[in-house]
Write a protein that binds this ligand. Sequence first.
Ligand code: LLP
Length: 421
Amino acid sequence: MDHFLYRNGTLHAEDVAVADIAAQVGTPFYVYSAATLARHYTLFTEALSPLPHLVCFAIKSLSNVAVLKLLGDLGAGMDVVSGGEYRRAVAAGVPGDRIVFSGVGKTREEMRLALEGGIRQFNVESEPELRALSEVASSMGTTAPITIRVNPDVDARTHEKIATGKKDNKFGIPISRASEVYAEAAKLPGLQVIGIDVHIGSQLTELEPFEQAYKKVADLTLRLRSEGHTISRLDLGGGLGIPYERSNSAPPLPHDYGALIKRTVGHLGCEIEIEPGRLISGNSGLLVSKVIYVKSGEISDFLIVDAAMNDLVRPSMYGAHHDIIPVTESKAATEAHTYDVVGPVCETGDTFAKARPLAPLAEDDLIAFRSAGAYGAVMASEYNTRPLIPEVLVKDDQFAVIRARPSYEEILNRDTIPLWL
Ligand code: LLP
């Protein structure tokens, strides 16, 4: 459920008309609903209760500091994968003991940053990383709390670019080698082993792969404990999918996912962490765009809009589907026309949808791409020197620009011409 609904024939974000935001901010822009973000976060905390748990929002899906503050104030932890994301979490006021650090390539500088600023745990992904973290923590006279990410060799049955739990993926250590690696970790100075981490992929639409992975983690917990390790925390990753196509059957709900967690690992007495990104942010955001031209093609008509692949890369990168709806409802009533919806970028890949049935649209009409909150703004670029587009947050009847569109001057001033040229 989200808070983007038609009222009096026009699309609203909570109590604000999307057209009013467009009039003030200009198009294209991202708009997020505070109520939807909060609701999705709460669904997870409810699903995991009464187990001791922390829901760590995967910042990579939507990293605006205002959004992080909103979630952090509700008690959310944060899952970060870079020094930049760590700084965002801190800037949002999230205490270090609610920040977990994931990722296969943490640098020594990033480790130092997090150890200085405070960290709940590092999710270590390899033996070289284990040794580097041991050195860094020891040299600082401190101890780094860690879990080790295991790769359970489970097929997440999702897009191959976002599957992470198969043995040929770069993530984690093979679960078959866990005893060896945990034994090394226990011997290294400056590390405190507290648990196990697993994450098998993103946009999972079935619970089965989670079940397989979590059962393996449960078995591993018992084995590692029998080998003398303290396993008091399980980080089960993120990955629960969202319905991108309203017309399709919906993926499992957080409630079902929570029940699965309780069934597979609930008896182990561990504190549970999860790292959802998309399910919290995805359907909390729209990308709003304006039709520049309607161009007749030989095969289909092109709807040329002012958003492009640099603003929302998912369709071009993963062949992802985003529902497209008109901002004025009367035009949603009929689906009389099919369009290829494209942006102005000079690549054929700059295509949001092919042969998409939509109500007839004309120049200057506003449209909205749904489910654009996750992996939208965060993956944007300035390709074709198109300025990064603004982000807007709505709460009830208020809205605020939480990231402004940069001016062309700011963009051009980032380049410097050397004196010798
Ligand atoms: N934890 C780890 C270690 C991850 O690598 C990820 C996502 C998450 C949590 C959050 O997963 P989520 O709950 O959002 O599925 N750009 C792609 C998605 C990449 C996901 C990368 N890792 C897309 O647009 O579909």
